[in-house]
Structures are given as structure tokens and as C-alpha cells.
Design a binder for this molecule. Structure first.
Ligand code: MTE
Ligand code: MO
Length: 432
């Protein structure tokens, strides 16, 4: 007598029934990430190097980095726009890849929840690398997005989280690529992209069953074609590009960056460009920045004290430079005017080849009020202690009476409300 065969257990228990899932679709998303994630990692590493973390404990948010700092090099001052472009690419690409990352995760969901969780030692290692990969990806995207969107959500701690997370994630990514690349290339050849882009929902069939575990055992009827799925993800990425890229292009495009809300309306006039921290937010007012303000310039046991009038009496130079923040926003070139850093070094005995400088703001609390600059940054003739911008004295919020502006440096190095410059020091009071 014939006993009716029950479908295999996994078939009727699996809640993942989309007929679109399969190695080909996963591989298409995978290919995009394979191109995008290394660029994201590389621009991240460069961004990290640009802080000159090896120069000073003040610049170094990840003192335990050890070997992970192996590639650090002295960040150049040429070309002056490199950091701006690097950071714009890093942040914009990170945001644009979000839909692709989510689509890729969606496409492999049956694998992530496959039972039994561990079948063998090899399988256990594979799953562990997937855990680091998926966890690492979500962690990196989340910390990055929170930092960009909500600003100082992680006071001081964003850097170590994002930095160490990046290494864990990229290690898992490399292992994953090594393990899956041949399978991915095979899967990409299994369907023809152009044919898929012409296939409507009605003619959409599941990919052939294989051992990948991605194809549904009991697929539901399609509600969308692969073309539709790819289009939806592509459109999602394109939309994100359109509503964020403006923050890195700056100028009038700043307004189009509706996803980067802060600084969208910087106003007009000479100081009509983005401000991250106002003077009031760090409790600075006329008592600190008015007539009583002095600049101390020091080197070794020499020091001079200058009033604003005395600074204005020194030779003034112009530099057209942008502010480019780690968060991805940047301004177009602004016309800064002020005293060359190397001229200030000369006042305290460094007539030629000045060393680096430790810059301190009169700001009394909060992060980013001190930074060490490398000798190449001091020596660059475009590096200024700026007193004016776009033809007018600095506004209080842009750093009146004096701020640092250095070519190709992260915004965080352009210290506002400067009170002290110590040449040849890299830390509070410590010589180089
Ligand atoms: N004293 C002081 N200087 C500072 C900061 C700060 O918080 N305090 N923020 C830095 C950061 S992170 C950036 S991006 C720029 C922003 O400059 P802006 O507000 O003039 O655009 O200033 C830098 N200089
Ligand atoms: Mo910044």
C-alpha cells in the first residue's frame, strides 16, 4: 500500500518562501558590496591617519591600537581637498550602501536562522565568521550613521568603537570573500543579468534548487520580479545619494541634503557656512573672547603674549580652504585671512624649519578643544591662525578672535577660539 509522502520537515516549516531568493540574487548584491566595502574600509583608514594619531595622546582616541596602526604615515597637506573628498566618499558611500546591505541580509536570511545551528566543526567556524560579518556590518553602519546623524551621541567613544569594529568586520569580510568567491562567481554566471532585467513578475521563476540553502523549498508565487527587487534597492540607494551628497559638496547643494539636518541653513554673509558648536554651547562669551583675550605663543621656555591688535599688525595672508568634518559634511573653499603659523613660530625662536605645534582653545570643557599639528602642517604657507573669513572678522561661532585653518586637515584640527600655541610640544605641557 502506498503511504502518501510527507514533504521533508524543513520544507513545510520554513517561513522563508520568497521565490526571488537564490544564489544569483545574493551574488548580485554581494558583488556590489565586494566593490563598495573595500573602498569604505580604505577611506576609513585614511580618515583615521589624517588625525595624526601617532603624534599626540590628544589626537589618539584609540591608544590601545597596537599593530592596527601599522600603516599610519604623516598625513600630507597636499592636495588641500583630499581629506574633504575622502570623507565625503566614506560617509556618502556608507549611507548609499545601506539598502544593498539590507537586501543582501534579506536574501540570506534562511541561512542565518538555519537549524540545527551547528552541524560540524567546519560549519561552526563558518557560522562564527558569519556572526562576526553580519554583526560587524550592522555595528559599523549603525555607529557611523549615529555619529553622522546625531552628532555627539558617543562623546569621545565613537572613534574606538568604529575603529576596532572596522577591523573585526573587515577581517570577517575577507574570510567570507575567500570562502564564498568561487561560489559567487559561479552563481553570477547562472542567470543573465540583461535577461533578468527584461523578466516581469508573471514570468519570474525560482532559481534552481541547489545546496546553497538559499532557494525556498516551497516557494510562494512571486509578487515582484528580480528586476523589481534590484530596481527597488537601486532606487533606495539613489534616493539616499541625492539627499546626502549635498552635505559634502557644500555651497547651495547643502540644502538638498535633507538627511543631514544639522547645518542645512547656515545663513548668508561672510560666516554663512556650517557651525557644529556655537560659542554659547561651550559657555564662551565676551569675558573670554573680548578685550581681555590674549594669545600665548610658546616654545621651550620662551613665550610671548599677543593682543588681537598685535596679531592684526603682523603680515596677513590669504588661504582659500574648506572645513571638512569627519561627519562627512564640508564647506566649499572659504577665504581665510590671518597670520601664518610659521610666522608665529618665528616669534619664539623657530626662524627656519619650525616643529609641530600644540594648539589649545580657551574653551574650558568638552572635546576637540586641543590638538597637535605635525611640522608639515605648521610649515605649509597656507596654514593660518585666521582672524577673518570672507572679508569680515570671524564670527563668535566660527572661532573669534582667532582659529587655526590647515590645508587637507580634518575639521577637528581647525581649533576655534585659540588661546595658546606651544611649538615643539605634542601634549599639555610636554615637549615633542
Ligand atoms: N575649540 C573648538 N574648536 C573646534 C571644535 C570644538 O568643538 N571646539 N570643533 C571642531 C570641529 S569637529 C569642526 S568640524 C570645526 C567646525 O568649524 P565651524 O563650526 O567653524 O564650521 O571646528 C573644529 N574646531
Ligand atoms: Mo568635526
Amino acid at each position: 500500500m502506498n503511504v502518501p509522502r510527507r514533504p521533508p520537515r524543513s520544507a513545510w516549516r520554513s517561513p522563508w518562501r520568497s521565490p526571488l531568493r537564490g544564489p544569483w540574487l545574493t551574488s548580485v548584491f554581494g558583488l556590489v558590496l565586494l566593490c563598495g566595502l573595500p573602498l569604505l574600509f580604505l577611506t576609513g583608514l585614511l580618515s583615521y591617519a589624517a588625525y595624526n594619531p601617532d603624534l599626540s595622546p590628544v589626537n589618539d582616541k584609540t591608544p590601545a591600537k597596537g599593530l592596527l596602526g601599522f600603516y599610519l604615515f604623516s598625513w600630507p597637506t597636499h592636495p588641500y581637498w583630499l581629506y574633504r573628498v575622502n570623507q565625503g566618499v566614506h560617509v556618502t558611500l556608507g549611507i548609499v550602501l545601506v539598502p544593498v546591505l539590507l537586501a543582501k541580509l534579506w536574501s540570506v536570511i534562511p541561512k542565518l536562522f538555519a537549524l540545527p545551528p551547528v552541524r560540524s566543526l567546519g560549519h561552526a567556524l563558518d557560522r562564527l565568521s558569519l556572526l562576526l560579518l553580519v554583526g560587524g556590518a550592522l555595528f559599523e553602519f549603525l555607529t557611523g550613521l549615529l555619529n553622522v546623524q546625531l552628532d555627539y551621541v558617543f562623546p569621545g567613544s565613537f572613534y574606538p568603537l568604529h575603529f576596532y569594529g572596522a577591523w573585526v568586520f573587515f577581517g570577517a569580510f575577507l574570510a567570507h570573500v575567500a570562502l564564498r568567491l568561487p561560489r559567487m562567481l559561479r552563481a553570477l554566471r547562472s542567470l543573465d543579468l540583461r535577461a533578468e532585467l527584461r523578466t516581469p513578475t508573471s514570468r519570474t521563476r525560482p532559481e534552481p534548487r541547489d545546496d546553497s540553502g538559499l532557494v525556498a523549498t516551497a516557494p510562494a508565487a512571486p509578487t515582484m520580479s528580480r528586476r523589481g527587487a534590484l530596481g527597488m534597492v537601486g532606487l533606495g540607494s539613489l534616493t539616499l545619494l541625492v539627499v546626502t551628497a549635498g552635505q559634502s559638496i557644500g555651497g547651495p547643494w547643502r540644502r538638498t541634503a535633507v538627511l543631514a539636518p544639522r547645518g542645512r541653513n547656515p545663513g548668508t554673509g561672510p560666516d554663512g557656512f556650517q557651525i557644529n558648536k556655537t560659542a554659547a554651547s561651550v559657555h564662551l562669551d565676551d569675558r573670554d573672547l573680548g578685550a581681555a583675550w590674549r594669545l600665548t605663543v610658546a616654545a621651550g621656555d620662551r613665550h610671548v603674549t599677543l593682543t588681537l591688535g598685535e596679531l592684526q599688525a603682523m603680515t596677513q595672508y590669504r588661504s582659500a580652504l574648506p572645513i571638512a568634518c569627519v561627519e562627512g559634511w564640508s564647506t566649499q573653499d572659504q577665504a581665510w585671512e590671518g597670520v601664518r603659523l610659521r610666522d608665529l613660530a618665528r616669534l619664539v625662536g623657530h626662524a627656519t624649519d619650525p616643529p609641530g605645534v600644540f594648539v589649545q582653545s580657551v574653551q574650558r570643557s568638552g572635546s576637540f578643544r586641543a590638538v597637535a599639528l605635525r611640522a608639515n602642517q605648521v610649515r605649509d604657507p597656507r596654514a593660518l591662525l585666521a582672524l577673518r573669513v570672507n572679508g569680515a572678522p570671524l564670527s563668535l561661532d566660527h572661532g573669534y578672535p582667532a582659529r587655526v585653518i590647515v590645508p587637507n586637515a580634518p575639521g577637528v584640527m581647525n581649533t576655534k577660539w585659540v588661546g595658546r600655541l606651544t611649538f615643539g610640544a605634542t601634549d599639555f605641557g610636554s615637549p615633542a
